[in-house]
Design a protein around this ligand. Structure first.
Ligand code: SF4
Length: 506
């Protein structure tokens, strides 16, 4: 079944319901597949729109970040040139990915690191679990990482009896609530501070019993809880924002200092990184370290930028493993139209400006990658039929803010076209058949002047049934449109009438 304009309304997706009931502490649970869970987007979005608290939380958070971003971007005179440079570097990386990855492997290995290659989530999880088991520990600390969310690493480790403790404040909240992140940068954006206080009191054993919802108190409670974990962990797991091929350097940018703790204190560090996170040279980092903080948190520079190259005797982890993750990325790379989705630096600016995301939140997308980037990346990574390319108004705001100039609207249109051609010729549905019939009728009417003049009477009929400039209900097939949106009253004067009047004027 499809909604009008062909938006599929599939109901066969696995996993839990996409929205926790308002007012409950427990989240949506951990899905079997982090790239495809919950109800279809139309159903999940409908449920999310009924959640007033969620919309208030999202509206406040996204408008705050939007304003901050706009202010710090405006003060950079060569912002557009930086975006062009970022886009050019990423295009170059994609064109030379195999050779750059091998260069990275050589340099990491030469400096004492060990590189592992993982074709998919299962292989990456197996590699990490066996490395942790070798260290004879049952608890690891984690730096916030989209790659490890994508492969469901925490759940895979839990099956091996290993607890993975998220140390980013928002990720900790999501983990304690048995929830899923709903934003790339602010995973607990759907929670307000009262909910966070309640989650800490119920789920964090060492939370002070008199904890209030004052942000500083909440942060101090999490800090004390995490400090104990940092000081006892033997193994840390991180993602990476960037990897420099010509030096073998990895970089993590963050705001809380939890990353710095994880990357320096434990004896062993395991980094799981998507293969697209490469930059060719150390100089190229300069471009991205200007683009990323301004686009993500609206800061001129993020508080902590940690870089490490292999292993340094007597300083930091003495064992370093880098797991290079494919998990569908080479398939995306092979697609000329969609491959620029791999340029993404996960800043989340496109989420914060998206009118659809702002109203429905991240869980409706049923993927760890929500918002506009999720709508183009998730279907390409999974290769499955998806309704996510329709989760957009195509307003273009995402393209305008993207620091690496990914043309998200064009990719969305391309993915929609593929979905339509996949369904065309199959059993099809009502909307497809009606759309096809309407196009044939329009083609017939427009092929002849007299027929077109007669067709121009239809808007007059519509005007007769409109109320206050809006038509709310039409019989079939017009009901396919009016069941989910209003139709504006056609203008009083047709173009032909206007043109004729213009010729008559002296
Ligand atoms: S697509 Fe662009 S704006 Fe969106 S998260 Fe990626 S880099 Fe940021």
């Amino acid at each position: 079944m499809s909604t009008f304009l062909g938006m599929p309304s599939t109901r066969d997706r696995r996993g839990p319901s996409p929205q926790a009931a308002p007012g409950t502490l427990s989240g949506v649970g951990r899905p079997e597949d982090p790239l495809h869970w919950g109800a279809s987007f139309p159903d999940a979005a409908k449920a999310a729109l009924d959640n007033d608290q969620l919309r208030r939380n999202l509206g406040k958070a996204t408008s705050t970040i939007r304003t901050k971003r706009a202010r710090v971007v405006d003060e950079v005179p060569d912002w557009e040139a930086l975006r062009d440079a970022g886009s050019a570097v990423k295009t170059d990386v994609m064109a030379r990915l195999p050779e750059l990855l091998e260069e990275l492997e050589r340099n990491v290995t030469a400096r004492g690191g060990v590189v592992h290659w993982a074709r998919d989530a299962a292989e990456a999880n197996r590699i990490v679990a066996s490395l942790v088991r070798e260290k004879e520990t049952d608890e690891v600390v984690k730096v916030k990482s989209m790659a490890t969310q994508e492969i469901g690493l925490n759940e895979a480790l839990a099956e091996e009896g290993i607890a993975a403790v998220e140390t980013d404040l928002a990720e900790l909240i999501v983990q304690l609530a048995d929830d899923m992140p709903s934003h790339i940068l602010v995973p607990a954006i759907h929670r307000n501070r009262t909910e966070i206080r309640d989650i800490f009191l119920e789920r964090m054993a060492d939370a002070p019993p008199d904890l209030t919802d004052v942000p500083r108190e909440l942060a101090m409670a999490a800090r004390a809880h995490l400090r104990r974990k940092f000081l006892s962990a033997k193994v840390a797991i991180s993602g990476a924002n960037f990897a420099v091929a010509d030096t073998g350097t990895l970089a993590v940018v963050e705001s809380e200092g939890n990353g710095r703790m994880c990357l320096t204190l434990p004896e062993t560090l395991i980094t799981v990184m998507g293969i697209e996170k490469l930059v060719p040279t150390f100089d190229d980092l300069e471009v991205f370290l200007q683009l990323l903080p301004r686009s993500s948190t609206g800061e001129r520079m993020n508080p902590y930028t940690s870089m490490w190259t292999g292993v340094t005797p007597g300083d930091g982890p003495q064992e370093f493993h880098l797991v290079l993750l494919d998990n569908g990325r080479t398939k995306v790379l092979a697609d000329e139209a969609g491959r620029s989705a791999l340029h993404c630096i996960r800043c989340s600016a496109c989420l914060n400006v998206c009118p659809v995301y702002e109203r429905v939140g991240g869980h409706a997308y049923g993927s760890v990658y929500p918002g506009p980037i999720g709508a183009i990346l998730t279907p390409q990574l999974t290769g499955e039929k998806s309704d996510l390319p329709y989760a957009s108004t195509l307003c273009g705001a995402c393209y305008e803010v993207c620091p690496v100039k990914i043309d998200i609207p064009s990719i969305l249109v391309e993915l929609r076209a593929r979905e339509v051609s996949l369904t065309a010729g199959s059993s099809g549905d009502t909307a497809d058949r009606v759309w096809s019939a309407a196009m044939k009728a329009a083609s017939f009417a427009m092929a002849d002047g007299a027929r077109f003049r007669r067709a121009a009477r239809v808007p007059r009929l519509l005007r007769a049934i409109s109320r206050n400039g809006v038509i709310r209900k039409l019989p079939f097939p017009g009901s396919l449109w009016t069941r989910s949106r209003d139709l504006m009253e056609p203008p009083k004067q047709t173009f032909r009438d206007w043109w004729a009047g213009r010729e008559e004027r002296p």
